[in-house]
Design a binder for this molecule. Structure first.
Ligand SMILES: NC(=O)C1=CN([C@@H]2O[C@H](COP(=O)(O)OP(=O)(O)OC[C@H]3O[C@@H](n4cnc5c(N)ncnc54)[C@H](OP(=O)(O)O)[C@@H]3O)[C@@H](O)[C@H]2O)C=CC1
Ligand SMILES: O=C(O)C1=N[C@H](C(=O)O)C[C@H](O)C1
Length: 240
């Protein structure tokens, strides 16, 4: 496949290397300082675009691909309140748009475990639930996209909680799930969900040892998406 890389930073570089090692070609590696290169590309020769850029750049990149009929796989976090606009454009253009807050297969299993645990804990009294994420200091958004997906999985199943807040920013109350965000180098991404009571604690943790799992997930999705249509997610890809 011929893959366009939108955002050639830490993730874009690992994804390009991995894609080439799997026999794909890279149409171009686009960053903020060489966007004019997009004008020279023939969209009909690009099979898929993979987008890992920055919260402020994601929408522009995704629209660029959708408007040219190129399937787009995006992992950029921190822009998701604007996703409905992209969902509408995907349907209007009859395109393919895939978003995941985390492409690691391990994290997607962790999402399912988190939902199951929240269901079980919903029936149990006396525990206080909290969420913590730890990432490297270059990360621009907080909480992480993964932490927001985990929070959504808890809120859906643990009925006494109605919303989430970032510790230090949002308002604390007994119906709001507290998310603590720590920035410590070189953490590629750690997420901890904890249910705490005076008697005991139950804690589940996912620790990424490198960015390799995120990159592999994104390339596997890029290999899968040609020919698909609509607004797609890991639930469509993994089927578990
Ligand atoms: N879903 C997932 O599994 C994962 C998601 N992420 C997310 O992916 C995103 C990128 O992460 P990471 O690679 O670590 O970040 P980096 O900051 O290392 O890379 C982002 C890159 O995007 C470039 N960029 C900025 N604006 C534009 C633009 N308008 N067009 C094209 N490129 C642009 C930056 O260029 P410049 O340096 O010149 O500013 C930079 O090279 C983040 O939102 C992060 O949260 C990260 C890991 C996994
Ligand atoms: O910025 C990162 O590095 C990561 N971002 C994603 C997120 O916000 O959840 C995924 C992963 O945790 C690494």
């Amino acid at each position: 496949m011929n893959i366009l890389i939108l955002g050639y930073g830490k993730m874009g570089k690992i994804i390009s290397e991995l894609a080439e090692s799997r026999g794909h070609t890279i149409a171009a590696k686009i960053n903020i300082d060489n966007r004019e290169k997009l004008l020279t590309l023939d969209p009909s020769k690009i099979d898929v675009a993979i987008e890992f850029s920055q919260p402020e750049a994601a929408i522009e990149n995704i629209k660029w691909a959708l408007e040219r009929g190129i399937p787009i796989v995006s992992g950029t976090t921190g822009w998701i309140s604007k996703k409905p606009e992209i969902n509408r454009l995907t349907l209007e253009k009859n395109g393919a748009f895939f978003y995941a807050s985390n492409f690691s297969i391990g994290v997607n299993i962790f999402f399912k475990v988190n939902e199951l645990l929240a269901k079980l804990m919903n029936e149990t009294k006396g525990y206080q639930v909290s969420l913590e994420e730890i990432h490297h200091t270059e990360k621009k958004d907080a909480p992480s996209g993964t932490a927001i997906t985990l929070a959504q999985g808890i809120l859906k199943n643990y009925k006494s909680l109605k919303e989430w807040h970032l510790v230090g920013e949002g308002e604390e109350n007994s119906q709001s799930l507290a998310i603590t965000a720590k920035r410590i180098d070189p953490a590629p991404g750690t997420h901890i969900v904890k249910y705490s009571s005076p008697i005991d604690d139950i804690e589940i943790t996912h620790t990424a040892h490198s960015r390799q799992g995120f990159a592999l997930g994104a390339v596997l999705v890029a290999e899968w998406i040609p020919g698909k249509k609509g607004v797609l997610s890991m639930d469509d890809f993994l089927l578990f």
